[in-house]
Design a protein around this ligand. Structure first.
Ligand code: UD1
Ligand code: CA
Length: 424
C-alpha cells in the first residue's frame, strides 16, 4: 500500500527563545527536521512538511536536502489538527495510509516506525496512535481508555482533570491513518478547548464515535518520542543520539576510550579496530576506515573521508578532506578542503590556508603520496605538492611543487655572538 507522511513543523517553538525556527535547531549539525525526514524516508513514498513560522527558512532547508518532500504552508497556525488539514486538498483522492509525525521529535527510529505500521496493518486498524508510559507525563497529551481498556480519547494537559493528569500513558504525537476513512474528521474538528486550537488528538474520539477501528501502539523505549521544546530538551536529545551511536560503533568493533567525553554524529561510519580517544568531537557526515587512531581532542567537522591505518592526533581539526591509507596528522593542525595521499606525514602545527577573505572563496590543497610536511608549515591554497616531496619546517608554500623535491621558505638563521652580554 502507498504510504505518505505529514510532518508538523509550523509551530513557533516559543520555549527555545530563538530567532531560528525550532525544527532547524541542530544536533551534530543536522536540523531536528532532518532526523525525522531521514527516519521516514525509507518507509514512505512522499512526505509533506507543514511550515508556518519562519516558513521560508524551513522550506529552503527541505527543498535543498529532500527531493521526495514537499512543503505546505499553514498560516495562521491554529493547532495540530488544522496543520494536518492543510494537506486535504492535495491528497483528496488518496487511498493509502498517512503517517503523521512532529518535526520536533527527532529520536524516533526507522525500525520503530516500521513496527508501528506493521501493528496498524495486522490489527486492520483505521487509526493507530503511538503511546508510551512516562513516569513524569507532564505536558504530554494523556491517553484515556474505557473500562474495557479500549481507547476513548486523548486529553491535553491543559484540558485534563486532576484524575486524568495522573495517567502515565501519553500520546507520542505519531499516528497512522487509513486516509480515506479518517479524512472527513478534519472538516469536523472544533477548537472548543483550553488553548482554542484545532487539536489533532481529537481524531481519536472522532474515530470511536464513527465506529472505526482505533488502536494504540505502546512503545517500550520511551526515549524515542522525546519531544524538543527547550534548549535543555535539545541537550538531552543530543546525548541520547550520541549514546546510541557510540554503542552501535562499539558493537561493531570500534574502541571508544571514554564514551562520556566523545561525541560522534549519526552519519559517521567508522571501521573496526579504530580507536577514538577522549574529548573527540565528530559532526556531520564522515567515513573513517579501519585501524585508525583519532584524538584525543580531535575535531572532525564533516565531509571527511579517512582510509585505513591513519592517525589524526590531538588538537587536529579536519573538514572536507580525503585522506588515504597510512597518513598521519599527529598534532595541532588544520586540514580543510584537502586531499592527502597515502603515507603522508603532516608535521605539528601545519595549516592548510584554504580561505581567501578578499574573494571569500575556499581553495584546495592536494598532497600526493609520501609527501612529508615539516612542522609549522602554511600551505596557501590552491596548492599541489607532488609525490614524495618534503617541505622544510616553518615554510609558507604559495606555489605548486613537483615530485621528490624539497620546498623551503626559511629566513637564514643569524647568530649574533654575545648579543645578550653586550646589552647588560
Ligand atoms: C502535541 C500533542 C500531545 C502530544 C505531544 C507529543 C496535540 C494537540 N497535542 O502536544 O498530545 O503528547 O504533541 O510531543 O496535538 N504545529 C504545527 N501547527 C500548529 C501547531 C503545531 O505545525 O498550528 C507543530 C509544531 O511545530 C510541532 C508539532 O506540531 O512540531 C507539535 O506541536 P506542539 O505545540 O509542540 O504540541 P505539544 O504541546 O507538544
Ligand atoms: Ca511538542
Amino acid at each position: 500500500m502507498e504510504i505518505k507522511s505529514v510532518i508538523l513543523a509550523a509551530g513557533k517553538g516559543t520555549r527555545m527563545k530563538s530567532e531560528t525556527p525550532k525544527v532547524l535547531h541542530k544536533i551534530f549539525e543536522k536540523p531536528l527536521l532532518g532526523y525525522v525526514l531521514d527516519n521516514v524516508k525509507n518507509i514512505v513514498n512522499e512526505s509533506f512538511v507543514i511550515v508556518g513560522h519562519h516558513a521560508q527558512e524551513v522550506t529552503e532547508y527541505v527543498e535543498k536536502n529532500y527531493n521526495t518532500a514537499k512543503t505546505v504552508l499553514q498560516s495562521p497556525q491554529l493547532g495540530t489538527g488544522h496543520a494536518v488539514s492543510m494537506v486535504c486538498p492535495l491528497i483528496e483522492s488518496f487511498e493509502g495510509q498517512v503517517i503523521i509525525l512532529c518535526g520536533d521529535t527527532p529520536l524516533i527510529t526507522e525500525a520503530t516506525l516500521k513496527k508501528f505500521v506493521e501493528y496498524h496493518n495486522s490489527n486492520n486498524s483505521d487509526l493507530t496512535v503511538m503511546s508510551t508510559i512516562f513516569e513524569n507525563p507532564a505536558n504530554y497529551g494523556r491517553i484515556i481508555r474505557e473500562n474495557d481498556n479500549s481507547l476513548k480519547c486523548i486529553v491535553e494537559e491543559k484540558d485534563a482533570t486532576t484524575e486524568q493528569k495522573a495517567v502515565k500513558e501519553v500520546n507520542a504525537g505519531i499516528y497512522c491513518l487509513n486516509w480515506k476513512k479518517i479524512k472527513p474528521a478534519f472538516s469536523q474538528l472544533t477548537s472548543n478547548n483550553a488553548q482554542g486550537e484545532y487539536y489533532l488528538t481529537d481524531i481519536i474520539a472522532w474515530g470511536k464515535k464513527n465506529n472505526l477501528n482505533v488502536n494504540a501502539y505502546i512503545l517500550e523505549n520511551s526515549d524515542e518520542i522525546y519531544g524538543i521544546n527547550s534548549r535543555s530538551n535539545l541537550a538531552a536529545a543530543t546525548k541520547i543520539i550520541n549514546e546510541r551511536k557510540l554503542n552501535s560503533l562499539m558493537d561493531n568493533g570500534v574502541t571508544i576510550v571514554d564514551p562520556a567525553s566523545t561525541w560522534i554524529s549519526e552519519d559517521t561510519e567508522i571501521g573496526a579496530d579504530t580507536v577514538i580517544y577522549p574529548s573527540t568531537y565528530i559532526e556531520g557526515k564522515n567515513k573513517i576506515g579501519k585501524n585508525c587512531k583519532i584524538g584525543p581532542c580531535a575535531h572532525l567537522r564533516g565531509d571527511v573521508e579517512i582510509a585505513d591505518n591513519c592517525k589524526i592526533g590531538n588538537f587536529v581539526e579536519v573538514k572536507k578532506a580525503k585522506i588515504s591509507n597510512n597518513t598521519n596528522a599527529g598534532h595541532l593542525s588544520y586540514i580543510g578542503d584537502a586531499e592527502l595521499g597515502s603515507h603522508v606525514n603532516i608535521g605539528a602545527g601545519t595549516i592548510t590556508a584554504n580561505y581567501d577573505p578578499i574573494s571569500k572563496t575556499k581553495s584546495k590543497t592536494i598532497l600526493k603520496d609520501n609527501v612529508k610536511i615539516g612542522s609549522n608549515t602554511v600551505l596557501v591554497a590552491p596548492v599541489e605538492i607532488g609525490e614524495g616531496t618534503n617541505i622544510g619546517a616553518g615554510s609558507v608554500i604559495t606555489k605548486n611543487i613537483g615530485k621528490w623535491a624539497l620546498g623551503i621558505t626559511r629566513a637564514p638563521l643569524r647568530i649574533i655572538e654575545n648579543w645578550v652580554k653586550n646589552k647588560v
